[in-house]
Design a protein around this ligand. Sequence first.
Ligand code: IPE
Ligand code: IPE
Ligand code: MG
Length: 234
Amino acid sequence: MIDSNIPAHVAIIMDGNGRWAKERGKKRSEGHLEGSKTLKKISQHILSKGVKQLSVFAFSTENFKRDKEEVDYLMNLIIKYFKKEADTFNKNNIKVVISGRKDNLRDDVIEAINYIQNYTKQNTGGILNICLNYGGSEEIIDASKKIAKLYKEDKIDLNTLNKESFYKYLYNNLKPIDLMIRTSGELRVSNFMLYQMAYSEFYFTDKYFPDFDEGEFDKAIDEYLKRTRRFGGV
Ligand code: IPE
Ligand code: IPE
Ligand code: MG
């Protein structure tokens, strides 16, 4: 039975892979690999609960500040993940979309992005939005540029622009985020989906992302279902 109050759009800042590895005397890369396995498990679980859209933060525009070795490892992991999981996404009827800037990304990463989006585009069972080379401020700037271009070409009536219609110009036309989860104990947003989280409920957990399993997600949902959302009303 799916509860009608189940959030339509859940977003997760998948943080703490490095600390998970460090605590076990492993390399940071092993934490990222474990995190990718966790994503596979929980994304299926979350979308099977009636959540329609799941956004996950995989790599921020700011993450390019890390060592080349770590950045390369993450990019290779993402390519492998898309190739390896493509059939599972189709089997589970999950459509994969990617949000983020394409500049700065290697050609083989862009190829993998195009491949997975195209391979899963007919699926209707839920959307997995993977944020890659993504920044929330950048997304709003890029949307503004799209609108400015359309205006210049006389293709948009600015009177039609409002809070709802602005979503059409973001990287993917998703819903507002109902529940935002951040793992690893950090209490910040780190430039994640700023526009979409205007009225999100926040859930912070000390668990590192590799340990954020189905049971941990269920705790987050239980907590969410107890909240009263007021959207400025009384
Ligand atoms: C999150 O884990 C994954 C990415 C940012 C790519 P981190 O790599 O940030 O792990 P910590 O925060 O250093 O533990
Ligand atoms: C946010 O985590 C980005 C991702 C989870 C991909 P970071 O680890 O990069 O964030 P900060 O630097 O701690 O704010
Ligand atoms: Mg981190």
